[in-house]
Write a protein that binds this ligand. Structure first.
Ligand code: HEC
Ligand code: HEC
Ligand code: HEC
Ligand code: HEC
Ligand code: HEC
Ligand code: HEC
Ligand code: HEC
Length: 408
């Protein structure tokens, strides 16, 4: 009798455990989809895979839609009638010298730069425009594939004059063979390019692993594992397998932009594309500029150096590029928004910058009280300049200086 009672209890317990087990399995299957594993579109040297930004849309739709309008996203693309800004109908030539003229031609299978002899109209050279570099804010350069080898073409486009020009760094007036495009050039203009490591050809690439634009994963790191994880665990609200900017120090945050926005400083001796957000750049001292070394700083691409030399940066301790720029938005021309950033520090609550502008409002009104116009004036670039015709002088591009200060 006692034995049968015990047996019944044991049986009930076993039943209960079994039922719990089955229920758990059932509920789990409701909440947990099978692990989703999509192969990466390219492999970074660190062993991490790139997903491509079209796989971010599902969960970060608003950020994605805003991001694709930025000059970052548009800075390198396949050449087509949308990405190429220059005209193929009017003003479609560039006079190189007395012997040679370039004509830009749109054919059925693509867009070409063709060099003709001016003496007998004979075709000297014809090159297809395969890749566009530059969103077109100031200008664009064009690249050409020869097999797996990548070259820059001789004719570029200059936005301020809306004309075809001699590419920067190409000798003026001289017909030059293609200029090889090495990884260093792409490093600032694409998300990822994989060198084929051919000994005598540093401009040879694995074409199946080229990711255009400065895309999400250029700043946030390769995200294939993040995407697979969150697709498999749709209820997870905490980000996994992706770097968080909020964990970074001020120096790391600044350097994630300085990688491309500190001009030609020699700090990138490591392998191209090896730097990832969160790393600190090698041989990269925090510069302490004095007025004499400022002369050698250029406005082209050196926003980092100039900002660090500004009183705002030195006095505020916490400033970085994101203090004024939203990296996911195209903010060009939104001076109202930029001025609000200045005012936030200079008329009250900002860190240490409670000093307001010291000139009369009447004087400020002459420039619509536009802080940026007076304190970050447009300045001609020393390194970014072009010849817009064979006889012209070097025409510099004008860029906003990031040396925030008092001018005139
Ligand atoms: C299946 C959904 C999903 C996809 C697809 C996805 N993410 Fe996320 N991501 C999340 C979730 C959930 C979080 C955490 C909540 C949040 O911050 O929105 C997150 C957060 C982030 C964060 C912030 C991290 C932090 O802690 O500050 C970044 C950066 C990020 N994702 C980048 C990407 C990129 C880049 C892609 C595309 C390559 C991508 N995500 C695709 C779900 C996804
Ligand atoms: C991989 C290189 C790279 C990184 C990293 C990078 N940038 Fe850029 N940035 C560029 C290039 C190249 C352009 C020019 C794009 C064009 O117009 O073709 C640019 C343009 C810009 C512009 C001008 C946009 C306009 O309106 O024309 C701003 C502002 C900017 N970057 C801010 C930042 C900030 C802030 C960071 C860090 C969060 C950053 N960048 C990181 C390469 C980079
Ligand atoms: C160290 C990073 C870096 C390298 C290397 C670099 N660029 Fe740039 N480039 C930039 C930045 C940053 C800008 C935006 C200029 C600015 O506003 O200061 C830019 C602007 C441009 C623009 C004008 C874009 C526009 O929309 O107005 C073109 C074209 C361009 N670069 C082509 C090239 C080519 C071709 C190479 C290689 C031969 C190259 N760059 C190498 C960082 C770089
Ligand atoms: C030029 C570099 C850059 C690019 C490109 C970029 N981000 Fe960011 N992202 C940042 C920085 C810097 C922050 C931190 C902003 C801050 O601290 O205010 C950030 C923050 C985030 C966050 C967390 C905070 C937030 O704003 O919700 C998410 C999520 C995110 N990025 C996703 C993306 C996705 C998705 C893309 C592509 C569609 C992308 N990012 C492209 C630099 C970049
Ligand atoms: C994060 C806060 C902060 C922001 C944003 C900021 N500043 Fe400043 N600014 C400061 C501090 C701090 C100082 C130094 C005050 C001192 O030295 O006593 C300063 C100094 C200055 C000076 C004096 C420069 C000199 O050489 O004497 C000018 C002019 C100035 N800022 C203009 C601007 C303008 C214009 C903007 C917007 C584009 C701006 N600031 C954005 C904090 C800021
Ligand atoms: C105090 C505010 C402020 C800070 C901090 C700041 N910027 Fe800017 N930046 C501006 C303003 C204002 C413009 C002009 C925008 C325009 O004309 O539409 C600008 C323009 C630019 C441009 C385009 C230049 C041109 O004329 O084409 C680039 C590139 C840029 N910033 C990069 C950076 C980087 C990288 C950092 C960090 C090292 C940074 N900025 C920090 C205010 C700031
Ligand atoms: C018409 C040009 C102009 C405009 C617009 C302008 N400023 Fe100024 N600002 C000046 C000049 C010039 C000085 C130097 C006056 C002097 O020598 O005392 C100055 C001085 C300053 C100083 C240094 C004050 C000190 O006591 O050292 C700050 C900070 C400043 N401005 C911020 C701003 C801010 C923020 C805005 C936008 C709300 C702005 N400025 C708009 C021309 C301008």
């Amino acid at each position: 009798m006692k034995f049968r009672k015990r047996f019944r209890y044991l049986f009930l317990i076993l039943m209960a455990v079994g039922a719990l087990f089955l229920a758990r399995k059932y509920f789990n299957s409701m909440y947990e989809s099978p692990y989703i594993s999509v192969e990466p579109i390219a492999m970074h040297g660190s062993g991490k895979g790139f997903a491509g930004s079209n796989r971010c849309i599902g969960c970060h739709k608003d950020l994605y839609q805003s991001h694709i309008k930025t000059p970052h996203f548009l800075t390198s693309r396949e050449a087509d009638s949308v990405s190429i800004e220059g005209s193929f109908i009017q003003n479609n030539s560039y006079l190189l010298n007395d012997e040679i003229i370039f004509i830009m031609r749109s054919e059925e299978d693509g867009f070409y730069q063709e060099a003709f002899s001016r003496l007998d109209n004979a075709l000297i050279d014809s090159k297809k425009m395969d890749i566009v570099i530059g969103s077109g804010t100031k200008g664009q350069s064009y690249l050409n594939w020869e097999g797996d080898d990548l070259y820059q073409l001789q004719v570029s486009y200059f936005k301020p004059s809306k004309s075809w020009v001699n590419s920067p760094n190409y000798p003026n007036g001289i017909f030059a063979p293609n200029r090889p495009i090495r990884q260093r050039c792409l490093e600032c203009h694409v998300t990822f390019a994989k060198s084929r490591n051919t000994f005598n050809k540093p401009h040879s690439y694995d074409r199946s692993q080229l990711i255009y634009g400065i895309d999400c994963e250029r700043c946030h790191g390769p995200g294939n594992e993040h995407v697979n994880h969150h697709l498999s665990n749709p209820n997870e609200t905490e980000a996994l397998y992706i770097l968080s900017y909020s964990d970074l120090s001020q120096k790391q945050r600044l350097q994630s932009c300085a990688l491309c926005h500190s001009g030609t400083q020699r700090h990138r001796e490591e392998i191209p594309f090896s730097f990832m957000t969160g790393d600190t750049l090698m041989d990269f001292p925090n510069p302490e500029y004095d007025s004499s070394s400022l002369e050698s700083l250029d406005v082209h691409g050196n926003q980092y150096g100039l900002l660090l030399a500004s009183a705002c940066f030195k006095g505020s301790k916490s400033m970085d590029c994101v203090s004024c720029h939203d990296p996911h938005k195209n903010q060009r021309g939104d001076l109202k928004m930029f001025n609000a950033k200045c005012i936030a520090c200079h008329q009250g609550t900002g860190p240490g910058g409670e000093i307001p502008c010291s000139i009369e409002m009447d004087l400020r009104k002459s420039k619509d009280n536009n802080c940026v116009e007076c304190h970050m004036p447009l300045t001609p670039s020393k390194s970014m300049s072009i010849y817009d015709s064979k006889d012209s002088l070097l025409v510099p591009v004008e860029i906003r200086t990031h040396l925030i200060g008092i001018y005139e």
